[in-house]
Design a protein around this ligand. Structure first.
Ligand code: TYD
Ligand code: MG
Length: 459
């Protein structure tokens, strides 16, 4: 029998220590150490190195040969786009997201769509009947299709590998890494030690057999993957599925991808019968509003490499209490305060006497600085109570002295605005030098300082 030993693991970062510590030397958090009993010493490193342990000789880089990476296409263009063209054989992927966001739905739907391969879907959360019920909801022609998808409800890795041996799948899906455990450790499923050990086992499996493994991982309240950060280092790609549960849209992002770009995002909409791909997000996110409503402005932002048009809604009213209220949904509060201070200085906006509320339509979150000008104009529009035409959009950053600053890839934004049918786009005059306005139908309005935009819109 293997010798049982006790180790202490930081539940935040996975740091391992032989004794209990009050503060983690790795991540600096206090009171995060928990005891975990390990049957055999957790030196997974040696075990993992075993198959390649033959002597390796350093080669000149020109002499290294490799075969073209084989990929399994998912038959879902949004998913493929994020992956960089399909699931690479032998890779270990992690799909993270908050509970209920649709991770199981996405992977089950993808598994049902890949009908030329054998797949094994292991669920530690749902029974086979529940998976079937969901599959029926997603795909009504399941009975007639030739999908070779095997499902089993299992949580112990040793059993999982037995199922793998009997099915011989081309792709393995684990739902979720927090619910599986290995018999080598005594700690409960979901603890740092278990997550780390199980992930290492799946990685070992993927690398030695070439069968890609897709892991689902839950996300904690603060947005990090539950379990140790080390998980993110082990896997080849970390995908994050996010969105506001009160809205239908979902965004799939690659936070890390060894086989593709992290700039690509995939957009889906959750419907009654599963996720629908949204190839044209701009049209989806713009609310169809009345011409006469003040306080709204459209920003031409970029999400990764994709142009996305987001409506900024603002409400400015006289402050009734001593301290004016500020609230922003989907936009950084400190950035809002800064923009308001700029507006006070340059446009006579009475900062101290107004409540300001800001909201991005559709529950979007945007960090692209090109949204600044739209935010400022939405606030000004609400303040003077004059509507901005819904046919106008904005793409510029604001500087502290009120200067309208250039943004990246402005041509791409203009081309997309033109395509959607906007009539005017406000950009920085420093951006306008590099573009030829004759190429577009849309009228390009270059501005140097925020006052110019203010005058052009409301004078
Ligand atoms: P689920 O995939 O179970 O989330 P996760 O695995 O990330 O925890 O999906 C959860 C939500 O999705 C659930 O609240 C209901 C909704 N849903 C739909 O709206 N339509 C559908 O077709 C399905 C299957 C789920
Ligand atoms: Mg689930």
């Amino acid at each position: 029998m293997a010798k049982a030993k006790t180790y202490y693991f930081c539940q935040e970062c996975g740091y391992q220590s032989a004794s209990w510590l009050g503060r983690c030397p790795e991540c600096g958090k206090f009171g995060t150490f928990a005891e975990e009993v390990v049957k055999s010493a957790p030196t997974t490193g040696n075990k993992l190195r075993a198959p390649n342990s033959e002597l390796r000789i350093p080669k000149k880089i020109q002499d290294v040969v490799y075969s073209e990476t084989r990929r399994i296409p998912t038959h879902c263009s949004e998913f493929d786009r994020v992956l960089g063209g399909g699931i690479v054989s032998g890779s270990l992927l992690l799909l993270g997201g908050e509970p209920g966001i649709g991770k199981s739905t996405l992977l089950l739907q993808t598994a049902l769509a890949i009908n030329d391969r054998k797949l094994l879907y292991i669920s530690g959360e749902e029974s086979e009947q529940q998976i079937k019920m969901r599959a029926d909801r997603l795909n009504s022609e399941l009975r007639t299709s030739n999908t070779e998808l095997y499902v089993v409800s299992e949580t112990v890795t040793q059993r999982i590998f037995e199922h793998v041996d009997s099915v011989h799948p081309d792709l393995l899906i684990i739902d979720s890494i927090q619910t599986v455990s290995t018999e080598d450790l005594d700690s409960p499923a979901g603890s740092v030690g278990q997550i780390r050990q199980c992930t290492a086992e799946f990685q070992h499996f993927a690398k030695t057999t070439g069968v890609p493994v897709l892991l689902i991982g839950h996300i904690t309240k603060d947005g990090s993957l539950a379990g140790p950060k080390v998980l993110e280092h082990i896997v080849d790609a970390v995908l994050q599925f996010e969105g506001d549960r009160n809205y239908g849209y979902r965004i799939l992002r690659a936070l890390k991808n060894r086989f593709g770009s992290t700039a690509e995002i995939g957009i889906f909409e959750m419907q009654g019968n599963g996720l629908r791909e949204v190839p044209n997000p701009s049209e989806f996110l713009l609310s169809h509003r009345d011409e006469t409503l003040s306080g709204a402005a459209v920003a031409a932002t970029l999400e990764g490499a994709r142009p996305m048009f987001v409506e900024v809604q603002s409400l400015v009213s006289s402050a009734v209490y001593g301290t004016p209220q500020r609230n922003a949904n989907g936009f950084d509060m400190r950035r809002l305060s800064m923009l308001l201070a700029v507006l006070e200085k340059r446009c006579g906006f009475k900062l101290g006497a107004k409540d300001v509320f800001l909201n991005l339509a559709g529950g979007m979150r945007v960090s692209d600085p090109a949204i600044d000008l739209a935010v400022a104009c939405a606030v000004l529009s609400s303040n003077v109570d004059i509507a901005i035409s819904p046919r106008i959009c904005f793409a510029a950053e604001l500087g502290l002295s009120g200067e309208v600053r250039p943004v990246s890839r402005v041509e791409q934004r203009i081309a997309e605005a033109d395509r959607i049918g906007f009539e005017r786009i406000f950009i920085s005059k420093y951006n306008s030098r590099e573009i030829d306005p004759k190429r577009y139908r849309i009228q390009i309005v270059p501005v140097g300082v925020i006052e110019e935009a203010f005058r052009a819109l409301f004078a």
